[in-house]
Each structure stands twice: as C-alpha cells, then as structure tokens.
Design a protein. Structure first.
Length: 393
C-alpha cells in the first residue's frame, strides 16, 4: 500500500488543482462537507503523530526546544493552538468513543478537548457532548460544556474561583496600538459589557444616520473610550445586569438543587449576591412554573414590557439568555421580534406566539409566510425598533 506520506502528497496536489468554478452549487456543498471531515481527521492525525514525535524527542532533530514550538511552526499556527491540539489528543486517550470520532474526523480537536475536560470534571457527560458535537459547531459544544462544568461547582466555590481567576493584561500590537485582554467575575463583567454594548449601539446608529459606515468593532472602541472618560449615557429602560432567582431560594437565602440563581449571560451565582444587588435595584418579576413563563396575551402588535423581559431571559429552567430561535444558530446579536403565526393571519401577541430569530432567519421566515399567503401581501412581522442591538432590551 502507498505510504501515508505518499497519499498526503497526492491529496495536496489534488487540492492545488481543484477549481470550484467547474462544479455546481450542490456539488460544492457536498465537497465542503467531505473535505471538512477529511480536514478534521487530518488535523487529528497530525496532532497524534506530533504527540508520538514529542515522546520520542523527534522535534529535537528539527532544531526546536519543544513539541508545541515545532508543531506551531509546521502548522503555521500559534503556540496556544498547537498546545491545545496536543492536549486534546492526550485528553481523549481514556474516552474510547470520542477518540474514535476524533480519528474519523467526526469531531474536531477543539470539540474533543471540551468533551474531555468536561467529562473529567463531570463524569458521564461524554455521550451528550459527543452527540452535540456531531450536529453543531464548536460554539454550542463549548457553551454546553462550560455550563456543565460550572453547574458541578457549588455557587459559593464558583464565585471564589472566579475572583481568583480575575486578570487584566495589555501589550503593544500592530501600528503601535494598545491591545488588551481581561477576565472579570460575572457580577462585575456582565454589567460592564452590557453598558458597553448599549453605548456601542448608540454610536453605531448615530454614525449610520449621518451617512457614515463604521464597523461595529470600531464603534465599540469609541464606546469604550467614552465609558472610561465618563461620557457614556445611560438608558433608563435597560438594566445593566439581570439576575434570575427562584422565589423560594430568595426567601430561604440559599438555593436547593434545581432552583435557579444566576446572572443572565454569565454563570450561577450565590443567592447572597443576588439579594445584595436587589437591595439597591429596581426589580422585574416573571413568574414561571419550572417549564414555561406564565403571561397572558394582548391585542397590540408589539410585545409588552413583561413579554420582552420574559423573552430576554431565554428558555427555562436554565434562563441562560436569549439567542436566535433557529436550531443550530447561536447568534445573540441583531435579534428581532417575530410572530410565529403572523398578526395578519390572526396570530396573537402572546409568549407562545412570539419568537426571536436573528435578522437573516427572520427574513427567511417572512418570505416563507408571504409565499404561503399568510401575510396578505403585507409585511406584518414586527422587527425590533433597534435591529442593530444585541437583542431586545
């Protein structure tokens, strides 16, 4: 049989000769899916071979001081990416099914590492995360794995670990720009980024109304400077931070298993943290029975304040914040209100009939409704008044 090195050379030559323009759109989609599997299997094979070469000292003859340095140079990647790939291969050794799926290209190195880290902390989670990894990208797997690991830590211990893990670093980047990275406990970090997002949206809308077209990241930089200089403007109808707390836990002073005590967009928090914040806050209450939020419908087209608050919380019992309602879409920005059954078709403005797709999926759904004759020739789905924001206030 041809050696793996010979096959790799032939494969690389075929890729060089590949011309997408001679294939149809459907054929290119099939090629993308097959090449993606092959790419994941190839990267896993590279990392597996690199682990073996590292154990045998094979990198030394190439003039490198460590396995990750050599792999980063061979891959043209960062040291962090190379180290994570090596860590993933080592971590899945005891996870037979994940190891098999990784070698077959059915999961990526990054997904495999999330599965291995989580199963080490919360044994028995491999199967659920592996099933998710085979139908979704890295983002959903990372989010679910993170939630599992955090849920396994008592809230008081988690808060203490978060406090220890706080950090802020800065360095000089391209063009002499000052760059930075920070990690803050969610009780401080979430209010900060929420305030930053509101100011970013305000700057973006003002620029667009003037006929300018900055990117959102440029507007975020301007918003950051405004907040640092104390020039940011508050919004009275939007909270900087939202806590979700089970009423029984609030009365008791601590949460039992299955009771929610968390910061929206962050992590579980001690009940004491929520009660301390509530002492000086305006509270919005949403009643739920553990499965769905209780709220009556009304006859207006726009969701009322209670419905907007309920939708923003996300699905019970996690209440982990809102994201695009389309399965597989993880967008949390640019969400728009939509009536599942359009108003023009007799649909009510109720929680059961309200949806929050991203703008792209909202347009697709509206077009389907129009083709089905559910709009009577009119655009009846309600869009957020501020579609450039990260979601409904």
């Amino acid at each position: 049989m041809p050696s793996l090195r010979e096959l790799a050379c032939e494969y690389r030559e075929a890729l060089v000769e590949f011309g997408p323009d001679v294939f149809s759109g459907d054929e290119c989609a099939a090629i993308v899916e097959e090449l993606a599997l092959t790419d994941k299997a190839a990267r896993a094979a590279v990392a597996r071979a690199a682990v073996r070469a590292g154990r045998c000292g094979g990198y030394r003859s190439r003039g490198f001081a460590g396995t990750q340095d050599w792999l980063a140079a061979a891959w043209g990647s960062s040291l962090h990416e190379a180290q994570a790939a090596l860590e993933a291969v080592r971590a899945v050794e005891s996870l037979v099914e994940t190891k098999r799926k990784l070698e077959a290209g059915e999961v990526s190195l990054a997904q495999a590492l999330e599965i291995a880290k989580t199963d080490a902390k919360v044994p028995g989670t491999e199967a659920e995360l592996l099933a998710l990894a085979q139908r979704a990208g890295l983002g959903p797997v990372r989010a679910r794995a993170r939630a599992m690991r955090m849920a396994a830590i008592p809230p008081d211990e988690l808060a203490a670990e978060q406090q220890v893990a706080r950090e802020f670093t800065h360095w000089t980047g391209d063009l002499g720009m000052t760059r930075g990275s920070f990690a803050l406990p969610p009780a401080f970090g979430i209010p900060f980024v929420n305030r930053l997002d509101v100011e970013t949206d305000r700057i973006y809308r003002a620029a667009r109304s003037r006929g300018d077209h900055p990117t959102r990241v440029q507007c975020a930089a301007d918003a950051f400077l405004r907040l640092i200089e104390g020039r940011g403007n508050g919004r009275p109808d939007r909270a900087d931070v939202v806590f979700v707390l089970d009423a029984k836990a609030a009365m008791r002073g601590h949460a039992h298993e299955g009771e929610v005590s968390r910061i929206l967009g962050g992590s579980p928090v001690p009940v004491s943290t929520v009660l301390h914040a509530a002492a000086s806050a305006f509270i919005k209450a949403v009643l739920h029975d553990g499965e769905r939020i209780q709220q009556v419908a009304h006859y207006g087209r726009r969701p009322n304040a209670m419905q907007r608050t309920a939708l923003m919380l996300g699905l019970p019992p996690e209440f982990d914040g809102v994201k695009c309602s389309q399965p597989g879409c993880e967008r949390r920005y640019g969400l728009e209100f939509d009536h599942i059954d359009p108003v023009a078709n007799g649909g009510p403005t109720s929680l059961e009939n309200l949806d929050l797709p991203c703008s792209a999926h909202h347009r697709e759904k509206t077009e389907r409704d129009r083709r089905a004759g559910r709009l009577n020739g009119n655009l009846t789905c309600y869009q957020s008044a501020e579609p450039e924001e990260r979601g409904p206030p």
